[in-house]
Design a protein around this ligand. Sequence first.
Ligand code: NAD
Length: 494
Amino acid sequence: MTVSQTDARLLPEAERFTSGPVAPRGAGDHQGEWIPTLDPSTGREITTIAACSAEQVDATVRSAHQAFTSSWGRMSPYARERVLHRLADLIEEHSLELAQYDALESGKPVAFVEAIDIGLAVEQFRYYAGWPTKVTGAVVAVPDTSAHVYTTRRPYGVVAAITPWNFPLCQAAIKIAPALAAGNAVVVKPSELTSLSTLRLAELALEAGMPEGTLSVVTGPGAGAGAALVAHPLVPAISFTGSEAVGRRLATQAGADLKHISLELGGKNPTVVFADADVPAAAAMAATTAFFYTGQVCFAGSRLMVEASVLDEVLQVVHDHARDLVVGPGLAPGSTMGPLVSAAHRDKVRGYVEGVAGSGARVTTGGNDIGGELADGFFFEPTVVLNPTDDSPVASEEVFGPVLVVQTFRDEEELLRRANGTSFGLTAGLWTNDVRRAHRLADQLQAGTVWVNTYGDFNAGAPWGGTKASGLGRDCGPDGLGKYLETKTIWMAG
Ligand code: NAD
């Protein structure tokens, strides 16, 4: 592991958003509290954002409802398609600016953010721009042949989108693009740690020709603005991505209020390597996905399960990868791994690693905060923990840091039992050159996505979501559109 420092400058247009308080979009003038957002690479304050009050959230939702009933919701599908394409173009034109906000606030390497996160956001808008013109209903055969019975698919109205800090713009796009394509208006509540790119997106949406109120952003802590948004009576549908704990709370509330809710939650994702696989390729990918974005990724391959006979070969590759990472600030051009998002989160991650002491497991590399020139930021070494027990917190819980657990297995039956023995079910990686085994295990691994001889691939057209405690419902693809529509049946007498 080496260390990089930043000499990078923000673009002039990005300085507008980082040199004074940043107001919400669509919530009117903000008179109340402002809260700081911090740069996790340095611990310094970037700017302040509004902690929106319940009254502001109410005003925003009402204006979104107005847009739904009078402008966006009445626009022809062809017109919606054009606006969504224009927004995709604008995101692409502003990709570095948007990437700088996310890199600054989350600490993720800016080059990766621009290529991956912003690229995926553009892909979402382009993919779903193709859908408004393809939403159709059906004619239903009934016994009375003189009756005409048909269905239409209607948007809900105002969708509340609640997003996490680890993929700020990308997660916003994954929710906003299909919800808007379906004809809904959207109010987004981004994470209070990473609001800037979503606020800028709402400006770009206006520039793209979206009517006022169609896409609004309320900011502030989840318990304030977020809670007021999901509880609002004019919000019939909630799309949430975040932690299991908050997801469960919102699901309980949505159940009580009879609101539609979809949940994209956490994971503890096994990467399984059989001895018959391309072991160097498998190990290299396993290390990449464990430390990518400092492990702060829902689909991080944080649990590597290796057939015992190839353990040494795999460990060698993983350790080499950890050694070659260039750790540094998100804006530093050479960084390949940034900090953790906050000091509190770093303490939590360190706690998982310290928790293995005396258990028989071994920390084979890393395990410490990074000091020196990076001491003011929230950096933690890429870390490998060898052979913790399945029920230990580091092996069974979502650590959300650069901590790779490595375990061995002897046969397929043992592997399946243990890989499926967690509460989560978001993703799994499977490396084998035996095609029958690949099909068998792809079917039996309990996960929303199973990658075979690859890992981490993502596309707007491919349904995405988790089983068990990893979530309810799917983003992306036709499923991702369908959750923002409901079916209406029209029964006309003959
Ligand atoms: P979090 O649950 O702490 O916060 C997520 C969002 O919910 C934030 O905007 C927060 O302000 C808001 N919130 C918190 N309390 C709320 C309340 N009472 N009412 C309404 N909103 C509230 O999650 P996080 O730390 O921001 O994100 C990390 C988590 O997100 C991890 O568990 C990660 O696995 C998960 N995640 C999942 C996916 C996926 O696709 N499955 C993708 C990215 C992140």
